[in-house]
Design a protein. Structure first.
Length: 291
């Protein structure tokens, strides 16, 4: 995490400045073959951005694996948990200690990385021509609160897996799989978590509108929505195909940039609710298995 944080500080500072300067040089060249610019700075920024983005997204899985393998799985496997219970530490108190401080540490570390990533991304906005847009999914997640919520869910999943399986390696793997399934479910449901807006355009222009797409097609004079046989009347044969379905325009349902935080917060709320349920299940399981 320290290495990722350092990389993000480098990315948002010297690397962003160097890449922005290189792009200014490139754009000033105006296709002059003899004109030079710092191509290495552009490529270096792109590489470090990709590495640090995926490092931020990997943190929840590392937390889940650590929680399953170390916090409960190893202690259940070695018997040290039961030893602690016989020395005046109640099972509930023992489990609370396995969740409280790690949760605070996870919240602080993951939240800081997400903040640093957003600052690094913002530093390149409008300055680096190859900077990725907000709706690029890895960027979308790494810039917001979803990784923080997923890391907390990973912590709860790991603790529960350790109690349930009582084997460090099995709990480590199970927690990572559960977290992956949770993230996949949230990603699939993401476009439906907030009402989309509709952009209607002419048959000549085709579907328009930037953001996270929810759906698109053609609209008829009666207001019906149909699948689009093609995407602009300017293409050969497309005008006839559009006429056959009585299309009068194209539509695209999407989430614009203004929907970024609503989508992030709703998705994070759902993940946190799952994390709470996993933690509750861990306490219930422990209570059931101990006198």
């Amino acid at each position: 995490m320290l290495l990722t944080g350092a990389g993000l500080l480098w990315l948002g500072g010297p690397l962003a400045d160097a890449s922005a300067t290189a792009w200014k040089q490139y754009n000033a060249c105006s296709y002059d073959e003899n004109c030079s610019y710092d191509q290495d700075a552009i490529l270096r920024y792109k590489d470090v951005y990709n590495y640090t983005t995926y490092a931020v997204l990997a943190v929840p899985f590392l937390v889940a694996a650590w929680a399953g393998g170390s916090l409960t799985g190893r202690e259940m496997e070695s018997g040290t948990a039961r030893l602690a219970w016989t020395q005046g530490v109640s099972p509930a108190r023992w489990l609370a200690s396995r969740l409280a401080f790690p949760a605070a540490l996870t919240l602080a570390a993951t939240g800081l990385l997400a903040l640093l990533h957003r600052l690094a991304w913002t530093a390149a906005e409008g300055r680096v021509d190859t900077a990725l847009s907000w709706d690029h999914y890895p960027t979308f997640y790494a810039n917001g609160t979803v990784p923080v919520a997923l890391a907390l869910a990973g912590l709860a999943a790991g603790v529960l897996a350790g109690l349930l399986l009582r084997r460090a390696m099995a709990a480590l793997a199970a927690a990572a799989v559960v977290l992956g399934a949770l993230w996949a479910a949230v990603h699939a449901a993401l476009p439906q978590l907030w009402p989309a807006v509709t952009r209607v355009s002419s048959l000549r222009d085709g579907p328009t509108g930037d953001g996270i797409w929810v759906g698109q097609g053609v609209v008829t004079a009666d207001g019906d929505r149909l699948a689009a046989p093609c995407y602009t009347s300017m293409m050969p044969g497309c005008e006839a195909s559009l006429s056959d379905v009585h299309a009068v325009g194209f539509y695209r349902d999407l989430h614009p940039a203004a929907h970024y935080w609503p989508l992030q917060l709703v998705a994070s709320g759902i993940v946190l609710a799952v994390a709470a349920l996993l933690a509750y299940a861990a306490f219930r399981l422990l209570r059931h298995r101990t006198p």
